[in-house]
Design a protein around this ligand. Sequence first.
Ligand code: NAD
Ligand code: TYD
Length: 352
Amino acid sequence: MVRRTILITGGAGFIGSHVVRRFVNGYPEYDIINCDKLTYAGNLENLKDVESRGNYFFEKVDIVDKPAVAALFEKYKIDGVIHLAAESHVDRSITSPETFIYTNIIGTVNLLNVALAHWKDSFDGKLFYHISTDEVFGSLGQDGLFTESSPYDPRSPYSASKASSDHLVRAYWHTYGLPVVVTNCSNNYGPNQFPEKLIPLAINNIKNNKPVPIYGKGDNVRDWLYVEDHAEAIDIIFHRGKSGSTYNIGGNNEWKNIDLIRLLCRVMDEKLGRQPGTSEKLITFVTDRPGHDKRYAIDSTKLQVTTGWKPIPDFRKGLEKTVDWYLANTEWLENIVSGEYEKYYESMYGNR
Ligand code: NAD
Ligand code: TYD
C-alpha cells in the first residue's frame, strides 16, 4: 500500500468536494488535505459526510498567500497536488476580472513555485495535477470538437486566466521538469453546484416559480458532464496519467441551452407534480452575455482509449439525479440563496 499526502485545492467547491469525497473514501491509505479559502463558492456543508474521517484535513488557506501555501507544504509534506481552486464563473469574471487574475494565475504560480521548491531534489512519486476547462479553446462553429491539440483562444476574463495558468503549468514541466498533468473538461452538472450556474439556477428558480433567464436566443451549445464522472476521470488520471500530458474530458453530450432547459422543465414538472408545460412558462429570454461563446464540445477519445473511462450515457438520468438532490437538500440551497447569492442575483438579474 503506497501512502501519499495529497493536497486538493478548492475542495469545498462544487467539483472539488466530489473529488475530496472520492479520494477520502476510496484511498484510506492517503492523507487528503483540503485547502480552500472558502469564498462565496466554498461550502464545507458539501463535505459533512467525510469531515470526521481520520485521513481528511481541512486548511482554510488562500492560494494567493504564498507564505501560507509554503507553510502547508511544510506542515504536511505534500507529494501530490490536485489543483481545483479557482474563480469559476464567467459572468463574475466579466464584472470583476481582477480576482480571477489573482486566484487563477498568481495562486497557480504560488502552488507551482512551492511544489518545485519542495520536490526539486527528487520528483519521484510527485505530481502536480492542474484542473482546467474547455473554455480555453474559445468557441467552436457548427462542427468540430476540441482535441488536446486545439489552439488556445480564450475569450472571457475567466477563460483567459485559466489559459494563462495552463501555460504556466506546462512551462514548469518543460523548464524545470516538474511532473504535471493538465486536464481540460467540459461543463459539469450535478449535486452541490452553486446556483449561479445554469442548471442549479434554473432548478432553484423553477422550484420557486421565478423566471428562468436564458441568455440571447438560447442557441449556445455546451457539452454536459456529470460531476461524478469528472471525479472518476480525475482519479484515473491522477494515478495513470502520463507526466507532461494533457487530457480532454467531456460528456459527449451536446445541448443547446434552450433544449436543455426545456428538458429540465419537463423533469421538474414531473418531480413537483405540476401539469406538463407549467415550468416552461417561466423561461424568459434576457440580454445576451457579452462575448458569449457559441459552442463548446470535447473529443475525449485520448482518455477513453488510454484508460477505458466513459461518461454516463443517459443525460436525462443524470439530470433527474441532480434535480432529486436539489429537491432533497432544500436547507443547503436555502442557506446559499439567503446569503451572498441573493445579493449576486439582485445585481445580475435585478431580482426578477
Ligand atoms: P467552484 O467555484 O464551485 O469552487 C471553487 C473553489 O475554490 C471554492 O471552494 C472556493 O472557495 C475555492 N477558492 C477560490 N479562490 C480561492 C483561493 N484564492 N484560495 C483557495 N481556494 C479558493 O468551482 P468548480 O465549478 O468546482 O470548479 C473547480 C475547478 O474546475 C476550477 O478550476 C474550474 O476552472 C474547473 N472546471 C470547472 C468546470 C465546471 O463546469 N464547473 C468545468 C471544467 C473545469
Ligand atoms: P454557465 O453555467 O455559466 O457555464 P459556462 O458559461 O461556463 O458555460 O452557463 C452555461 C450556459 O448557459 C452558457 O451558454 C450561458 C448560459 N446561461 C443562461 O442562458 N442563463 C443563465 O442564467 C446562466 C447562468 C447561463
